[in-house]
Ligand binder design. Sequence first.
Ligand code: THU
Length: 142
Amino acid sequence: MTLELDDTWEDMRSAALQAMSSAHAPYSNFRVGAVLETPDGRRYVGCNVENASYPVTMCAERVALGSAVVDGATTFGRLFLCADSQEPAPPCGMCRQALAEFAPDLVIVSEGTAGTRVEWRLADLLPAMFRLRPPASDGGPA
Ligand code: THU
């Protein structure tokens, strides 16, 4: 049994699949799409952007995060992820740290190509995250 989605998650799923189709992934052929949502419903999309110099590659989650931050969004409630793997892919370690800077309580739903979905909480994927200051959601500076 896979996770059922309400209409709001379905909208995020559609946007993530569309973002995934824009992925620049000629080296791995592993496309990823991400949609990051603020608590008031603003959404930001990302796809992975690979580079011939492999470490220059940007993950879909951090592309979405950068787009959000430049728009002034710094708190997030939900993330939808889709990727070219049969099983739902969790965010990589670097993306976990990047997202936790802003949204340690983020709810993540990820979908694989087989259509199954999994839900995680970022705090469970990244316990004891590295931090220099409290997150904005805990009353710290944005
Ligand atoms: N990738 C993401 O976009 N997000 C992740 O959380 C893990 C990996 C991308 C980076 C690279 O383009 C491809 O997946 C294979 O690692």
